[in-house]
Design a protein around this ligand. Structure first.
Ligand code: HEM
Length: 490
């Protein structure tokens, strides 16, 4: 163990109290804003201590690249979440410790969705589900957020398991997966369970008065297992019956080079998609509806580009992508404007380290302020303004993808290519198909949404009202035809 001496100390930061450290300084909500202020005072790499654990906070993208991107496995670990261990949720990739199982998961995922080129086989499902997004929006225009959520879930289930959700009644898979996901969020709530602070409590018997967490954990075990088992068994059954299934899970199951002992890894690689892949795309698509209300001129420009390239007798799709630069800039701006993973996901130091003269002890948690990287006024002019043009012209501002949007190093988002195509196709269909306008109150005044997000690791725009309509009657006809063509995509 590398011991600190007088020469090497933790990166600077506010002085804390004995034992609890800076626990009381920790912001209650939207920590990225406070961290950005602290960064101005304490510098681009700073630290605080919370109950003995050093938190390293980074406010400079170069330092983030160097520390998390270029140090191999040194910062590739995640913190242990006791409740995840007690419920079985530790098998999901996003929280997995850096070990052989983790590497196996990433290998399996990389095999199917590891390159841009590997996305082509998913285009038809993506296209169909994005058309369904329009249909779902028009079927229930009072609640576009619900259509957005439903589509993201439907898309992940379709791509991952080849499963199509039922449209006219609550789908049994979605119901199961959603309730398991609620429990997932619940057990990861910071500060909710004493066992995270005093891990030894996990040995208390469930009947013990302070062991409420154990009873909660026991409730979660079944749904957690089912969320991984049920859709996976569906794919196995389909393949056994000789039915066509070209999903992520089916591809891996068909791969003879993967031994049957790997089945659990395979099942959990697939299950990890729902957690990480549905909440994220939902947020970006929902941000588009908000941007369209607040910036009608952006909506008009985007529609004008699609109309001039694609016309109005068909809906845009992947073959049009290279001809739609404004839409590309619009998507980048959605990523930048309301960053949906504002502090990335904390990495943990696996060993003591010396970095730029600072001592970073083993088990430190590293937080990267991606929100700040994307709102730095020295890099992005008027950062709170939604302006896709900043990414166009001879001197475009840097793409959010190069400034931490998808995380770092060995933990970088493995769904980056899938995210790219899923977000793009939903946004371009929304532009082509939906007229979004502000809602009115009873006095006839417009109700403008507040461009703010919820709190958490993956965030979304705070709920707002808006009016959504098909752009024309003709569009509805075009959409019906497109859906008929896509009925059997697999
Ligand atoms: C716009 C969409 C998305 C964004 C902005 C995003 C961003 C991120 C970020 C910042 C991380 C943490 C990286 C780190 O720790 O350094 C992450 C992890 C992850 N993402 Fe994504 N993601 C998106 C979509 C997706 C999709 C569609 C999938 C699934 C297919 C996915 C699967 C995952 C998984 C499994 C992890 C955990 C990786 C690990 O811990 O090793 N993500 N993502």
């Amino acid at each position: 163990k590398l011991l600190p001496d007088r020469k090497y100390s933790l990166p600077p930061g506010p002085k804390g109290w004995p034992v609890i450290g800076n626990a009381f300084d920790m912001p209650k909500t939207h920590a990225w804003r406070t961290f950005a202020e602290w960064g101005k005072k304490w510098g681009p790499i700073m630290s605080i201590k919370v109950l003995g654990t050093p938190f390293i906070i980074i406010s400079d993208p170069e330092i983030a690249d160097e520390l998390l991107g270029k140090t191999g496995s040194l910062y590739a670990d995640r913190p242990t979440v006791q409740m995840a261990l007690l419920t079985g949720w530790d098998r999901a990739l996003s929280g997995a410790r850096y070990n052989a199982r983790f590497r196996e998961y990433r290998k399996l995922i990389g095999k199917v969705i590891g390159t841009k080129g590997s996305m082509v086989k998913f285009y038809s499902v993506e296209d169909y589900q994005a058309n369904m997004f329009l249909k779902r929006i028009f079927q229930n225009p009072e609640d576009p957020a619900a259509a957005t959520r439903k589509t993201a879930g439907a898309m992940v289930l379709h791509l991952t398991y080849g499963y199509r959700i039922s449209e006219d009644r609550p789908d049994p898979f979605v119901t199961k997966v959603e309730s398991a996901m609620e429990q997932f969020s619940e057990i990861h709530r910071t500060g909710a369970y004493l066992v995270e602070i005093i891990p030894i409590l996990k040995y208390l018997p469930a009947w013990f008065p302070f062991a409420e967490f154990k009873r909660k954990a026991a409730e979660c075990i079944g749904p957690c297992n089912e969320m991984a088992d049920i859709p996976f068994d569906y794919v196995k059954e389909q393949l056994n019956k000789g039915e066509e299934n070209n999903s992520f899970a089916a591809d891996l199951l068909k791969d003879k080079s993967i031994s049957s002992e790997k089945l659990a890894d395979l099942k959990w690689s697939a299950a990890s998609f729902y957690a990480a892949g549905s909440d994220t795309t939902v947020s970006v698509v929902y941000s588009y509806l908000m941007a369209a209300v607040l910036y009608p001129e952006v909506q008009r420009k985007a529609q004008a580009e699609v109309d001039s390239v694609v016309g109005r007798d068909r809906l845009p799709s992947f073959q049009d992508r290279d001809s739609l630069p404004y839409i590309d800039a619009l998507v980048k701006e959605l990523y930048r404007w309301l960053p949906i993973v504002p502090l990335a996901v904390p990495h943990r130091a696996m060993k003591d380290d010396l970095f730029r003269g600072y001592y970073i002890p083993k088990d430190s948690l590293v937080f990267v302020n991606v929100w700040h990287f994307l709102h730095d006024p020295t890099v992005y002019k008027s950062p709170s303004t939604f302006n896709p043009e900043r990414f166009l012209g001879p001197n475009p501002e840097p793409s959010p993808i190069d400034r931490g949007l998808f995380g770092y190093g060995r933990r970088v988002c493995p769904g980056v290519h899938l995210a790219d195509v899923s977000v793009w196709i939903n946004i371009v269909k929304a532009v082509a198909g939906i007229e979004v306008s502000p809602a009115m109150n009873d006095q006839g005044q417009v109700k403008m949404p507040l461009p703010e997000t919820t709190d958490g690791i993956i965030v979304r725009p705070i709920p707002f009202e808006c009016v959504v309509k098909p752009r024309s009657e003709h569009l509805l006809h075009v959409l019906d035809e497109a859906l008929k063509d896509g009925e059997n995509v697999n």
